[in-house]
Design a binder for this molecule. Sequence first.
Ligand code: DAT
Ligand code: MG
Length: 137
Amino acid sequence: MTERTLVLIKPDGVERGLTGEILRRIEAKGYTFAELRKQQASAEQLAAHYAEHEGKPFYQPLVDFMLSGPVVAAVVTGNEVIKGFRSLAGATDPTGAAPGTIRGDLGRDWGEKVQKNLVHGSDSVESAEREISIWFG
Ligand code: DAT
Ligand code: MG
């Protein structure tokens, strides 16, 4: 079934010059960019985007990191793209992310590696719609 999902290239991916490589992988898989925009996130957007994690120990460092530089936000469409993009992205912790995935191939194994894991992808139809409205109105 055709779906849409919200993808973010996080500030580490933009800063490291990996935007093209990450977008290439998404496009090569056969997905389409319905919207694509580089932007500086606002604190309000991030509070809404990461509401499910509020109160967790990594929440504030995560928000601060996401404010540290521009992100690339995209609405990506395709058959089962929500699950498919998360499969392309790989596991949250780059150390355990499988080779062949964005996080497994490109994620760094040191420092704030779990937080700086290059990409975000929505995890359900409901979160995709919620997140698309946060980033694209
Ligand atoms: P995902 O991005 O794989 O959907 P998530 O929704 O559980 O993962 O968490 C959102 C982001 O928060 C994740 O990409 C990085 C950060 N994060 C999650 N768990 C963390 C942890 N234990 N320590 C540091 N950062 C963490
Ligand atoms: Mg998540």
